[in-house]
Design a protein around this ligand. Structure first.
Ligand SMILES: C[S@@+](CC[C@H](N)C(=O)[O-])C[C@H]1O[C@@H](n2cnc3c(N)ncnc32)[C@H](O)[C@@H]1O
Length: 247
């Protein structure tokens, strides 16, 4: 009994050590506090954006692998990751510094607040790779791409011709999301596949692994699903120009 009480007490005393670490880096991380961003920090972020010709965003950047690779390939563009978790956010910035990438910035907070930080037509590309699937039926409503207001917000932020890339290993989520994406005004699906790396083809339990191995997976979760030989569904959407729809 006493032991139980002690473990409850120590649990209550535990605070995430990455919270102060994130707060100590306002130069590279904008931290959502009490469901809002400080006005001063927001202004600093706006000033930073002005130093870059283009901006791309990632929703749920996780350990940052995809964001960092893109930032390395294109140093004149600012890469902004939205991530809820403090540790993943902080580690991404540590890795950016190890790789001397100054064009990476993190928002530690809910990507559904992207509209507070970017203006209409400002974003060249938005990536949403392997969002939490909320696999139980009663959790489906939490899937971000099921929330039409979120999708419409992303469309508004994209430049005409800008792209939205969605990948998942969860086929049901993919098919449901496609319905929403296809019926969103201002967006068109330019390419899609339910098996990006051809993992499923000629596959049976007894067959040898396919000869064609996937190219280097672009993120931690993509690598995980590829290693489990799970097909990856992917779609790329393009934002129509305003004259093509009533914005
Ligand atoms: C399954 S992980 C995928 C991470 C990464 N994209 C990858 O492919 O490795 C999903 C990530 O999205 C983050 N996330 C979930 N909901 C979010 C939200 N509303 N805003 C920002 N990040 C979110 C989670 O914390 C988690 O790190």
């Amino acid at each position: 009994m006493k032991e139980d009480a002690n473990s409850v007490a120590s649990l209550m005393l535990w605070t995430n050590p990455y919270i102060p670490k994130v707060r100590s880096r306002p130069d590279r991380i904008l931290n959502e506090e009490s469901a809002r961003f400080s006005e001063e920090r927001r202004e600093e972020f706006f000033a930073l954006k002005k130093r870059y010709s283009e901006v791309e965003i990632e929703v749920g950047s996780g350990s940052g692998q995809h964001l960092l690779t893109r930032a390395e390939e294109d140093p004149t563009t600012l890469y902004v990751g939205f991530e809820l978790r403090f540790k993943r956010t902080f580690r991404t910035i540590e890795k950016a510094e190890e790789r001397s990438l100054s064009n990476v910035f993190l928002i530690r907070g809910d990507a559904r607040r992207a509209g507070d930080l970017f203006s209409r037509g400002e974003v060249r590309a938005c990536y949403m790779h392997f969002p939490d699937p909320w696999s139980k039926n009663r959790w489906r409503k939490n899937r971000m791409l099921m929330q039409r207001t979120f999708v419409e917000q992303i469309v508004k932020l994209l430049q005409p011709g800008g792209t939205f890339s969605f990948r998942t290993d969860h086929l049901l989520y993919f098919r449901e999301a496609l319905k929403v994406l296809r019926s969103t005004e201002g967006l068109t699906v330019s390419s899609l596949t339910e098996d990006l790396y051809g993992i499923r083809c000629s596959e049976s339990k007894d067959s040898p692994p396919p000869e064609k191995t996937p190219p280097t997976p672009s993120s931690e979760f993509e690598a995980l699903f590829c290693s489990q030989r799970l097909p990856i569904a992917s779609c790329l959407c393009r934002r129509l120009s305003t004259k093509d729809f009533s914005a």
